[in-house]
Design a protein around this ligand. Structure first.
Ligand SMILES: [Zn+2]
Length: 184
């Protein structure tokens, strides 16, 4: 499980999403009659990452969690930017199936999936990108998708913060509060 240095609602949301990833993997193993912790589980994970486009994103993320990059030694897709194997794996990650939950705007599940990937492999992204995606996690988990104008407004206020502030804030309200104090 990923410990998010940022506390508050984003950390709680990530814990909840990660639990859903693990739940989905357990039922996936059951479907294939595979026992956790066996070589068959690793084989199954490898077959998932070989063609991510036919599996749900939670299954794909769980599969990556169970594999190690032979080049950098990190979780597959979770190594530093520049590890070719991880960069490639991370690209395939986003080909997975994203099914919007009932009564949520189209694209919400995509947003949740991307925000989760950013929060779980945060060293692959800059402080401002991390800030926007991680603060968005609780909303997306609740089934809310900020519109384009709203998202742009969030980005504009995040851009007014220092990188240190970006790492510390735990809500968009806090971002607004900090940025409104700033004279530019
Ligand atoms: Zn790697």
């Amino acid at each position: 499980m990923t410990a998010l240095p940022r506390g508050g609602a984003p950390a709680e949301a990530l814990t909840e999403v990660e639990a859903s990833i693990e739940d989905r993997w357990r039922s996936f193993l059951a479907e294939y009659e595979v026992t956790a912790g066996t070589k068959e589980e690793t084989d199954l994970a490898e077959s998932v990452v070989a063609d991510t486009s036919v599996f749900e994103w939670r299954v794909v993320d769980a599969a990556f969690d169970r594999l190690t990059c032979i080049d950098c030694g990190n979780g597959l897709g979770a190594g530093p930017v520049g590890c070719e194997k991880c960069d490639q794996a991370n690209g395939f990650r986003f080909a997975a199936i994203e099914t919007d939950r009932p009564a949520t705007p189209p694209g919400t599940e995509h947003g949740l999936r991307v925000a989760t990937a950013v929060a779980r492999t945060r060293h692959r992204y800059g402080a401002r990108a991390r800030c926007g995606f991680e603060l968005g996690l609780p909303l997306l988990l609740e089934g809310e998708l900020p519109g384009t104008a709203q998202a742009q407004a969030y980005r504009a206020t995040i851009n007014k913060l220092t990188e240190e502030e970006c790492e510390r804030v735990t809500s968009f309200e806090e971002v607004t509060r900090l940025s409104s104090r700033r004279v530019r």
